[in-house]
Design a protein around this ligand. Structure first.
Ligand SMILES: Nc1ncnc2c1ncn2[C@@H]1O[C@H](COP(=O)(O)OP(=O)(O)OP(=O)(O)O)[C@@H](O)[C@H]1O
Ligand SMILES: [Mg+2]
Length: 148
């Protein structure tokens, strides 16, 4: 586990940049945190690390957005799936060799593998963010140790 405190949007994006730059095909990052915590902000940094030129914004109305970069980025925002128990079929559109980043993973838990990088973002009283990264599985343990 590693813990970071970021004092600005840019600092959060810089952390994302390192994660994106070093991501391997097929990796999954799960982003937990309340509304406005900074999940999309972190994803923007990840996108920069993958050399994606398009603006990454919240895909709330799409659930899934796919971006082309050094790796394909599958950006999922499951917020609107809260309480839904049905299979919407968007999994079939995922690029399995890409990097999958999931906001609100708690709403699609049944679709997530056993191994992934869990990232929790908390808003502090002074508006800084505490970002806790917990690797699930050996590949992610190694990844976290090597890059951050
Ligand atoms: N240290 C920080 N890290 C990230 N964002 C910050 C930080 N400080 C302030 N912010 C601001 O907080 C907001 C975070 O919004 P963002 O859309 O990334 O949240 P989110 O977790 O994706 O929310 P949602 O659940 O609605 O998708 C942005 O307006 C950003 O500028
Ligand atoms: Mg968001």
């Amino acid at each position: 586990m590693k813990i970071f405190v970021t004092k600005s949007k840019e600092e959060t994006q810089n952390l994302g940049l390192k994660l994106g730059k070093n991501a391997k095909p097929g990796m999954i990052f799960t982003l937990y945190g309340e509304l406005g915590a900074g999940k999309t902000t972190l994803t923007q940094g990840i996108g920069k690390g993958l050399n994606i030129n398009k603006t990454i914004n919240s895909p709330t109305f799409n659930i899934l957005k796919i971006y082309e970069g050094d790796l394909v980025l599958n950006h999922i925002d499951a917020y609107r799936l809260e309480g839904l128990d049905q299979d919407l079929g968007f999994e079939e559109q995922l690029d399995s060799n890409g990097l999958t980043v999931i906001e609100w993973p708690e709403y699609i838990e049944n679709l997530i593998d056993d191994e992934y990088l869990e990232i929790n973002i908390e808003i502090n009283e002074d508006y800084s963010r505490t970002i806790t990264i917990i690797p699930k599985g050996l590949e992610y343990e190694k990844f976290l140790k090597e890059i951050l």
